[in-house]
Design a protein around this ligand. Sequence first.
Ligand code: UT7
Length: 334
Amino acid sequence: MSVRARISGTGMYVPDRVVTNDDLTQWMDTSDEWIRQRSGIEERHWVEPGQVPSDLAEPAARAALDEAGLEADQIDCIVLATLSPEADFPGTSFFLQERLGGDVPCFDLRAQCSGFLFSLSVARSFVKSGQYKRVLVVGCEIHSTGIDISTEGRDVAVLFGDGAGAVVVEADDGTDDRSDILAVRMHAEGKYAKKLWIEAPGSGFQPTRITPELLEQKRHFPSMEGRQVFKHAVTRMPEVLMASLDEAGVKKDDVDWFFFHQANLRINEYVANALEIPANKTRNNIQRYGNCSAASIPMLLAEASRKGLLERGQLVSLTGFGSGFSWASATVRW
Ligand code: UT7
């Protein structure tokens, strides 16, 4: 009988500084009305000068460990998903590991807004194969230092927030006979890589990876074809969600919770409508946090857990879409 891989703890952390839609109008030509109507976002949290990603990842990780009833030294491996690493190398996971103590293997995984679900799949495989018993999975982003907050960059800048979320994936210890990550389906389509990307710094640039010209041309800021992203997201998310449920042998109507990546409230409403998912089976927090990429789904889980919404034995579906394009869906018996 294969080992079950259960999510035994969740945690999240956002920096204290709240930036409202009205606050953004001091830097760019935008409005609260435009942002709310198009995305559902009301405010987001941005770091203060001097804060680094591991400042966010550490409290999120400690909260997840705490909920799992574990000490940091009981973890066998750390997988950290991010598109906004603390340094070019090594990954943010190394800075986090140093703070948590110990010398367990750690690495960063880059699959943008799908990064948490891709990492969950890696952790699940580690646990099910018997290689590791307890894997800490973290999603962590600081977007605010990497966006163009002038009017030129407003289509992207208004969407993103900073934050971290974490879960512990553990081998079933015999006390629970059902909890398991039942399936994770992942997809990628690199032909759309440049529809949502940051070009520089890049190792292909000569003579150096970043130059005054690149900075002047703003090629170190994200660029996005928003409508393309929207169109693909609302097609791929329902597809992969249903494929993941099929693989897990689960019926849609038996799922207790559907949690979606928090890129745009309209995308999530569209997906929920397309699959006839009742509103009381979903939760969104993009209104307060914006899009935190790899951190969004674990942040949602941590909030749901703190509110007492998640009960052992429930079926939980997690689905995301992002740059790459990449998309994924996990079906979890909580
Ligand atoms: O994890 C994946 C991350 N990204 C996404 O999922 C994003 C998916 N895409 C979207 O959510 C939407 O495409 C956006 C919310 C980004 C944009 O909504 P849209 O309805 O596609 O707007 P648009 O880009 O077509 O722009 C409409 C208008 C334009 O003005 P004109 O040309 O009609 O005069 C823009 O210049 O809105 C303007 N605009 C803004 N106005 C005020 C663009 N950004 C802003 C802004 N404030 N922040």
